[in-house]
Design a protein around this ligand. Structure first.
Ligand code: PMP
Length: 506
């Protein structure tokens, strides 16, 4: 045991001894049960008085590092870290999967992760995500409004907003909805951090594990995931060109007594379908008859390229059965994360309790900003601009798909919204196609992520046409068609079989 003493130091000698012994214990030089030299002997070796060593040992005892017993000397009583790790050197890597809750573990992670990874790559042409064209973001008008707002209301914008949202903004949204014949007072409107939050809150407010919820088949992937996460059994109703098939819905309503029906009646994600007016009335009738609320998700309703607008379910609903969700993410931009719910005040109250627990309120500056954007009348002209632009992009994508004389991807022509829903040749492997297409630098959303049962939807793909440039749409579709053909060749498919795919895509 080596201890060196500096007699000229300002640190008292007993402290110097204590510190050095403490260090040796911590480093494992003195291991558990190590016997310290007798006080008298150490004092002699160091050339100090015995009482100095006694004092040092007392300090070590006070730290719980050593213990002395009459006639047995002073021993180290703790195990150093390095000593411990020498003995337990092998730490088994943590297997996180065993800790995840059963509801999160069942989510279809691989396909989604593949898409998310590919989305993060540069130089990939993406038809996968539903994102507005950044070239059309109204950055100039936003900047103008923002400069004014910071000067006028900077402090107000940086403090908390009420949980349900900045009241003048709730008034503006109620005004925006009035233009769609949705007559709701500002107190029936709540601002959300994106409309996905409204889906989440619906799940949290209504679903207990084991409950059934009804969705269209196919439907928005995020909704399927959130309902499953809440422990719901998600039951799909097939659609035709008029939307959800009501005869099947009624059988399911009888069978399951579901908590709610989640629907996207206008420019459905992913199929682009618009529910006919007759179906809308029929759906409301069933909802009243079976006393089942409807969650109407309407992020795309205003993005219409042709045809006559059909009233929303919320506008047709005279008995407050419909919870209406919408967002600025599709008509404007998604980064501000602002959406809203319009519903009965009983629902708003429950949602506001959940909001308080989740994130207190939506981003306050974003609410002020979008409120001014609406009040200054920029919104209507922005909608006109995007509709003109996106309808052109839709047409470019359709033309590019039609260039393939074999028409190996069949598709619908949506009157609005963001997506073309394509049907692939029979028997093609979705996994192989995704890998082939992404190796060529193009990605899309595979159909199965839009179905409650993962194995369904294998033969479909969703193509977004709003995000990429016209040049990239042409290039990307040509690569995608190439990938489909190469995948078909690999699975020994013959175009003769194509006859059986001449079915309407819904
Ligand atoms: N519902 C549907 C049908 C959607 O397509 C999306 C976005 N893809 C959302 C909700 C969520 O929108 P937000 O960005 O407002 O959360």
């Amino acid at each position: 045991m080596r201890i060196s003493i500096e007699k000229n130091s300002t640190i008292p000698i007993y402290i110097q001894i204590k510190n050095q012994i403490r260090e040796m214990i911590y480093k494992g030089v003195m291991t558990k049960d190590f016997l310290l030299p007798p006080e008298r002997k150490l004092a002699k070796t160091l050339g100090v008085s015995r009482s100095t060593v006694v004092k040092a040992y007392e300090e070590l005892k006070a730290l719980g590092l050593v213990e002395s017993h009459m006639g047995k000397g002073t021993r180290v009583i703790i195990q150093s870290c390095s000593e411990g790790s020498k003995k337990e050197r092998k730490v088994i890597p943590l297997s996180w999967y065993q800790f995840f809750g059963s509801n999160i573990a069942i989510l279809n992670e691989h396909t989604i992760m593949d898409i998310m990874n590919a989305l993060g790559c540069r130089n990939v042409i993406s038809f996968a995500a539903g994102i507005a064209d950044p070239e059309l973001y109204p950055v100039d008008n936003i900047t103008k409004i923002q400069d004014k707002l910071w000067k006028m209301s900077g402090k107000d914008m940086l403090i908390h907003s009420p949980i349900e949202g900045y009241y003048p903004f709730r008034e503006s949204i109620s005004e925006l909805l009035r233009a769609k014949d949705i007559m709701v007072a500002p107190k029936e409107v709540m601002i959300l951090s994106g409309s996905q939050q409204g889906i989440d809150f619906s799940a949290r407010a209504f679903i207990s594990p084991g409950d059934v919820v009804i969705v269209e088949e196919p439907t928005f992937m995020g909704a399927i995931q959130l309902f499953k996460l809440s422990g719901a059994k998600v039951v799909g109703v097939p659609m035709d060109e008029e939307g959800m098939q009501l005869d099947i819905l009624e059988i399911l309503l009888n069978k399951y007594k579901p908590k709610f029906i989640y629907t996207l009646p206008t420019f459905q994600n992913p199929s682009g379908t618009v529910m006919s007016l007759k179906r809308r009335y029929g759906l409301l009738e069933l909802s009243y008859k079976y006393q089942v609320p409807i969650i109407e998700d309407d992020p795309y309703g205003e993005i219409r390229y042709e045809g006559v607008p059909i009233p929303t379910l919320k506008a047709l609903d005279k008995h407050n059965y419909v919870i209406y969700l919408s967002t600025f993410s599709k008509a404007m931009f998604s980064g501000m994360r602002i959406g809203w719910v319009a519903a009965s005040t009983q629902v708003i109250k429950k949602f506001s309790m959940i909001k308080q627990m989740t994130d207190l309120h939506a981003n306050a500056p974003a609410q002020y900003l979008l409120d001014s954007f609406l009040r200054e009348g920029f919104y209507e002209s922005h909608i006109k601009l995007i509709c003109k632009n996106y309808s052109k992009k839709r047409d470019v994508m359709i033309k590019a798909l039609k260039k393939d004389e074999n028409q190996c991807i069949k598709f619908n022509i949506p009157e609005g919204g963001y997506y073309i829903w394509g049907k692939l040749p029979k028997g093609i492997s979705q996994r192989e196609l995704f890998e082939k297409a992404s190796s060529k630098g193009v990605i899309y959303a595979p159909g199965n992520v839009f179905y409650p049962e993962e194995n369904d939807g294998e033969g479909y793909i969703r193509l977004n046409f709003t995000f990429e440039s016209i040049k990239n749409i042409n290039e990307g579709i040509s690569k995608l068609v190439e990938a489909v053909k190469e995948t078909i060749e690999k699975s020994a498919y013959s175009f003769e079989d194509a006859e059986c795919f001449k079915m309407p895509i819904v």
